[in-house]
Design a protein around this ligand. Structure first.
Ligand SMILES: *Cc1c(COP(=O)(O)O)cnc(C)c1O
Length: 474
């Protein structure tokens, strides 16, 4: 379905047919009269409903949404402490943009940026600049716009007259990068997958660069299989390119997930502002930042990396506040919840939470491997995420069958096909998040074990409509 469409209301059942839409109890004092009001669903009702009736109708319909905790497709936080939920409720009326009205919320945002600058080893954390966003997608748009603007300023004699900017990245990038290229008219240059390499190759990326390259995106880690891209090697390949050709190409690290995992679990891995070529980094506060959706972060090494003309100064709210964002109004609650989580966990707490997720992921991967029918592409030892496929000798079912059958048990495990040059490969992916305990993982394994005899007894793979596979572009 491309986008939500309005629907013609000819299809809408008559009020008489919808007579049973309401539980008679929702009529409270007068259950019979209550049953006469069956509000239309695709046209705004003529009159109002009592609040408890409206609540009952909406609440009941939402029961059919999946259970978010059993959703192993999403990277997004599905559990927070009750105290965080209370704080978020207290801030639900605060608009992040009204920095003058809500100076303490603005201050908490500033502190979060400072903490991330320090966590990601900005050479001078006080010189780093950054902002909160609705998520990584917006953060990536902002960072890529900054890259484009810096390149345009350096190439003012050729752009826009003759030069077309390009952005180099692996074919495995998240869909937000395709969006950026389409929306902002930048040519995407994609490094394909090859053999058992499912993410960017540093030298292949450098080879795609030319004088019109605004930057290279490195992903920590890939949404396709949870693997970290080799950011330091990418920077080294671009250093060699610069020595040879003089081209000085900046790197943006898309750390939507990994920028909140690697600093705690892989401290020796050098991927962040310690690498001079890394000019900006984004993360999703609502993924391994452990906050409910939607909050993201974009940071630049220093103000020099963020062209001044992109930053707008809003003064009609009573103060002079610099802002860099696509949206204007945005909830303040998520930013407050991010600050709460930073305070609540500290580095040791984050380490414990992420280590638990990694231990559950690696343990689950190993148990799935023991079933004998599957080949692991990754093992959950980078992001707590792994991808697997069926062994070549498995002919009676495929990953799409596994995904569909697990869904019958309530588990959402997406199956999908890889991009160029591994379109032949279809995989399942499991994302382990805080709240997916080893007990729940054990229940998943049990369900999978129970399904195996039926899957093995199939005459051939049965899930013909592979487009019906669950989406994975989170
Ligand atoms: C999830 C993700 C995004 C998009 O992030 P949102 O916060 O969902 O907007 C971008 N890049 C990567 C690598 C991701 O995993």
């Amino acid at each position: 379905m491309p986008l939500h469409r309005g629907s013609a209301h000819e299809g809408e059942p008559s009020a008489a047919q919808r007579r049973l839409a309401l539980n008679p109890f929702y009529g409270e004092a007068d259950p019979v009269a209550g049953m006469e009001s069956a509000p239309p669903r695709h046209r705004m009702p003529d009159g109002p409903l009592p609040p408890h009736t409206a609540y009952g109708l909406v609440h009941d319909e939402l029961m059919l949404d999946g259970n978010s905790r059993l959703n192993l497709a999403t990277f997004v936080t599905t559990w927070m402490e009750p105290q965080a939920a209370v704080l978020m409720g207290e801030c639900r009326d605060k608009n992040m943009i009204d920095k003058d009205e809500y100076p303490r919320t603005a201050e908490l945002e500033r502190r979060c940026v400072a903490m991330l600058a320090d966590l990601w080893h900005a050479p001078d954390p006080s010189a780093a600049v950054g902002c909160s966003t609705t998520g990584s997608s917006e953060a990536c748009m902002l960072a890529a716009m900054a890259l484009k603007r810096r390149w345009a300023a350096k190439n003012a004699d050729r752009y826009p007259a003759t030069a077309r900017p390009n952005l180099v990245m692996g074919v495995n990038v998240q869909v937000c990068w395709e969006k950026f290229c389409t929306f902002w008219e930048v040519e995407p240059r994609l490094v394909p997958m090859e053999g058992d390499r499912f993410h960017l190759d540093p030298q292949a990326a450098a080879d795609l660069c030319d004088e019109n390259t605004i930057g290279v995106v490195g992903v920590l880690g890939s949404t396709f299989d949870g693997s970290y891209e080799p950011i330091a090697e990418l920077c080294a390949a671009l250093d060699r390119l610069q020595e040879r050709t003089g081209l000085d190409i900046p790197v943006h690290v898309d750390g939507a997930s990994g920028a909140m995992v690697a600093p705690f679990l892989d401290e020796e891995l050098v991927w962040d502002f310690r690498l001079p070529r890394v000019s900006s980094i984004n993360t999703s506060g609502h993924k391994y930042g452990l906050v409910y959706p939607g909050v993201g972060w974009a940071l630049w090494r220093s103000a020099a990396e963020l062209p001044e003309e992109l930053v707008f100064r809003v003064n009609y709210l009573g103060g002079d506040m610099p802002t860099f964002a696509l949206n204007f109004s945005r909830p303040g609650a998520q930013v407050v919840a991010q600050y709460y989580t930073f305070l609540r966990l500290g580095r040791d707490g984050y380490r414990a939470v992420q280590q638990a997720a990694r231990d559950v992921a690696t343990g689950l991967a190993a148990k799935i491997e023991e079933l004998g029918d599957f080949r692991l592409l990754t093992r959950g030892d980078q992001l707590p995420v792994f991808a697997l496929t069926t062994r070549p000798e498995v002919k009676s079912y495929d990953v799409f069958d596994v995904s569909r059958r697990l869904r019958e048990r309530g588990w959402l495990v997406p199956a999908y096909t890889f991009p160029a040059n591994r379109e032949d490969l279809s995989v399942l992916r499991i994302v382990c998040r805080n709240g997916f305990s080893s007990d729940l993982a054990e229940l998943l394994i049990e369900d999978l074990r129970l399904l195996m005899p039926e899957l093995r007894a199939q005459p051939h793979p049965l899930t013909r409509d592979q487009n019906a596979a669950t989406s994975f572009h989170h």
